[in-house]
Design a protein around this ligand. Structure first.
Ligand code: PMP
Length: 367
């Protein structure tokens, strides 16, 4: 062992040494349907406007540490009531970390369900917080991956979590949990409940209107899935009492000059982004129908911009798709409930067609 690696082994915390870094595959030359991105750029005239805003930006200066105009745009879009505030993050990943750091007293627990967004558990590990994952239900049929309310309430009573994350819709399963079950969880929780609405633009329900009813509720969203993944902009909304405390942990310049300006410009044209989301929802329905009718594929219904499906040999199918130029996400081996599962992001109609024909071809070859 080299002197550097032996020093690293002594210095770095064992739980960090045991982690695998978040893997981002090389996508050069591939149709990219692996990361829940919006496949569309905004129209050229709007891109030209963005170009002039960027050209005039004062990138020699630090960003505005508290961008009022951008936060006001978000307040208006969400119709936030008085007493509610907005906290901006460098992606919502950063907000998960701020929340966990804020409540991580000795012995504190972060609770979520499984399978769900992997960063809840990873961030708990990063900061040395205890993580509890309650399995979702796996009965086959429409209740697949629904909340197991009884086990979740039991775990809440037993573990008294300081922080609960529920992705609504859930990633990587795509389903929206029962609204009433989520309410029961918020009622029972002794600590904060964060409803992670990363996929809100594609879903039929939201907890934003419930913010005034529950003192322990916060809603987190991101613009990543709406066409701004490259900007890294997430936000948390809820009572200013909570956000004032979290604000103290936020690094002063976490959202750069360019993301602030470009997001403002895009949100002035929010309708364009929502139209794209509507198109994606239509294409999701078409893609779902094609997968449902395909032999050897079991597809789950989704309220997000991706579909989860199961095949006989997910890794072979994943590799076969890649050889045919299509990159999706292989979830096999990530969690026992996701054995032989793959996740495809809804792309443009042309990309979806290419994916379907590559999938047909691959499944045909692998059986
Ligand atoms: N929450 C959920 C449920 C997600 O799926 C993702 C991204 N995959 C995020 C949060 C993080 O999004 P971002 O950091 O891009 O805002």
């Amino acid at each position: 062992m080299s002197p550097v690696s032996s020093l690293a082994k002594t210095l770095i915390r064992p739980e960090i040494l045991a982690l695998h870094a978040y893997h981002v595959p090389d996508c050069a030359g591939l149709i990219k349907l692996d990361a829940m991105e919006n496949p569309y750029l905004v129209p050229q005239p709007l891109r030209d406007e963005i170009a002039s805003v960027v050209a005039a930006a004062h990138i020699n200066r630090y960003p505005d540490p508290n961008p009022h105009a951008l936060k006001e745009q978000i307040r208006l879009l969400l119709e936030l009531p008085e007493g509610m505030d907005v906290l901006l993050g460098n992606g919502s990943d950063e907000l998960i970390q701020l929340l966990a750091m804020a409540v991580n007293k000795p012995g504190a627990v972060l609770l979520s369900v499984e399978p769900s967004f992997v960063m809840y558990k990873m961030i708990a590990t990063f900061i040395g917080m205890r993580y509890v994952g309650v399995p979702l239900r796996t009965n086959s049929g429409p209740s697949d991956f629904s909340l197991d309310l009884i086990s979740t309430l039991d775990a809440i009573h037993r573990e008294q979590p300081a922080l609960i994350f529920l992705a609504y819709p859930n990633n990587p399963t795509g389903n929206l949990f029962s609204h009433d079950d989520v309410r029961r969880i918020i009622d029972a929780a002794p600590g904060l409940v964060v409803i992670d609405e990363a996929y809100y633009a594609f879903a039929s329900d939201s907890f934003v209107p419930q913010l005034t009813h529950y003192p322990n509720l916060l809603v987190m969203r991101t613009f990543s899935k709406l066409g701004m993944a490259g900007l890294r902009l997430g936000f948390l909304v809820g009572s200013s009492v909570w956000l004032e405390q979290l604000e103290k942990l936020r690094l002063p310049y976490n959202v750069g000059v360019l993301p602030q300006l470009v997001a403002e410009k895009l949100l002035e044209n929010h309708g364009v982004l929502l139209q794209q989301a509507d198109q994606i929802k239509l294409d999701r329905a078409a893609l779902y129908q094609q997968l449902v009718s395909m032999a050897g594929v079991e597809v789950y219904s989704s309220e997000a911009n991706f579909l989860l499906f199961r095949v006989a040999n997910a890794t072979a199918v994943f590799n076969g798709l890649k050889q045919r130029g299509v990159l999706i996400k292989n979830l096999n081996g990530g969690h026992p409930m996701l054995n032989n599962c793959l996740r495809v992001t809804v792309g443009t109609p042309e990309e979806n067609e290419l994916f379907i024909s590559a999938l047909q071809d691959t499944i045909h070859q692998t059986v």
